[in-house]
Ligand binder design. Structure first.
Ligand SMILES: Nc1nc2c(c(=O)[nH]1)N[C@H]1C(S)=C(S)[C@@H](COP(=O)(O)OP(=O)(O)OC[C@H]3O[C@@H](n4cnc5c(N)ncnc54)[C@H](O)[C@@H]3O)O[C@H]1N2
Ligand code: MOO
Length: 403
């Protein structure tokens, strides 16, 4: 079996993923980070009235031209309590930031530029231009403006904008449901007694974190022994629960206990087994069972995390209707690198707390795919392209930020 390039596998896994159509309505306070289902029009204009931008005096600018005369202070306009009267020639109104402009006034003189006279009148010290320190109604947005476009991620700023547009709830795209199934007779859950030749199952927790970070909802399907019947029941459960993606971990290689393929075959699925031109993460499975997508990740901890970063996270984003790419960035090599073979290397690395404009990406010395302690220290995957020639520290490189 020839090695499939990373880009080819990405295209086959993510390329045809159509956004899911289901939506749900959430209170604004729970919508952070979710994906908006449809365009969000403003329910009102902001500000809803001409408002003062400063503390001072609302007045008619023509009244304080070349040689300002004292003005009568005829009232007060505060935020939430407008002045009901008019500001006529020779009048001014005490006003505070955010308060409605009184009728007749066209500018605000800041209080630092005026003097209260002993007789209670106001002596302007400077002139003002028409509209000075006035926020016109609707300068932020007008009723009906689209505040957030469909499929926009609800960032902190957008949530605040939606609130300002008077939306107490938002329609968001349902999070893609990702069932995660660890397989292997040797696995026990964290905290359970670990017998001889057993290991603690760790990958499901890491993959769940990556799913969450991409905007999906992880569902823990636990640990299945290497028994076709059990694995088959869990596949049936994924179909019945209408999950979007079933991720299996382990059993992706060529061993005698690799049952995922036969189980899927028994359900009528043609599962592709690929050997990818990448390291870590050579063996990978992918297939479809109706609307259910299947992704079989290799069992080695770093291999499963790297393949999930490259293929599962973009797949989740594609199902949300978001741009789905492998998010490479430009950096500078922090160490000399030897020439690479035919597999793309995703080297656990750190960009440390470098303040350089272009990040310096430094590989860790130990790269065995079983080493979670190294993966957990890594904040970047340094890419070495297939057949990349030897490179010196300081040369450009590409990398992926790990979240
Ligand atoms: N003859 C060959 N042997 C192997 C090949 C190969 O091409 N020819 N590929 C190697 C590569 S590369 C990888 S990666 C592994 C992948 O194997 P599997 O996906 O079948 O994974 P397992 O054999 O089930 O497990 C590998 C390793 O990872 C541990 N593991 C499994 N699941 C978990 C989990 N949930 N949490 C923590 N650790 C887990 C498992 O105990 C094994 O130690 O195959 C190579 N072999
Ligand atoms: O995926 Mo295996 O990637 O080289 O340990």
């Amino acid at each position: 079996m020839s090695l499939i390039p990373v880009e080819e596998a990405f295209r086959r896994i993510v390329g045809d993923a159509a956004p899911i159509g289901d939506t749900e309505t959430l209170p604004l306070g729970e919508a952070f980070g979710r994906v908006l289902a449809r365009d969000l029009p403003a329910g009102r204009s902001q500000p809803g009235f001409d408002a003062s931008a400063m503390d001072g005096y609302a007045l008619r600018s023509e009244d304080i031209g070349y040689k300002p005369e004292p003005l009568r202070i005829v009232g007060e306009s505060a935020a939430g309590r407008a002045f009901e009267g008019r500001c006529d020639t020779g009048d001014c109104v005490r006003i505070f930031t955010g308060a409605p402009m009184p009728d007749g006034a066209d500018a605000v003189l800041i209080q630092e530029n005026a003097e209260r006279l002993a007789d209670g009148r106001l002596l302007p010290r400077t002139g003002v231009k028409v509209g000075q320190h006035v926020r016109r109604a609707g300068i932020d947005f007008q009723a009906g403006d689209i505040l957030v476009p469909a499929r926009g991620i609800l960032t902190a700023g957008r949530i605040a904008l939606a609130a300002s547009g008077s939306h107490p709830t938002l329609d968001v795209v349902r999070r893609p449901r990702v069932a995660i199934l660890a397989t292997g007779d040797e696995l026990v859950p964290p905290g359970a007694p670990v017998g001889p030749s057993q290991i603690v199952a760790s990958n499901s927790f890491g993959i769940a974190g990556l799913v969450r970070a991409a905007g999906g909802e992880p569902l823990d399907y636990g640990i299945a022994p290497d028994a076709a019947e059990t694995i088959g029941r869990l596949v049936d459960r994924a179909v019945a629960e209408r999950v979007d993606i079933l991720v299996t971990i382990g059993g992706a290689s060529v061993g005698d206990h690799d049952l995922i393929g036969p189980v899927f075959a028994s359900r009528g699925v043609a599962l592709d087994f690929w050997k990818l031109a990448m390291r870590p993460g050579k063996p990978l499975m992918a297939g479809r069972l109706g609307p259910l997508r299947l992704l079989g990740l290799p069992g080695n901890p770093a291999s499963s995390m790297v393949t999930a970063t490259l293929f599962l996270q973009p797949l989740v984003r594609a199902l949300l209707g978001l741009v789905a790419t492998i998010p490479y960035r430009e950096g500078i090599l922090g160490a000399d690198m030897v020439a690479n073979d035919e597999r793309a290397d995703f080297i656990r690395a750190t960009i440390g707390d470098s303040t350089a404009v272009v990040p310096i990406v430094s590989p860790f010395g130990r790269q065995d795919s079983s080493l979670l302690s190294v993966f957990a220290r890594a904040d970047a995957l340094l890419l070495r392209e297939p057949h990349a020639p030897a490179a010196k520290a300081g040369e450009p490189c590409r990398f992926i930020v790990l979240g």
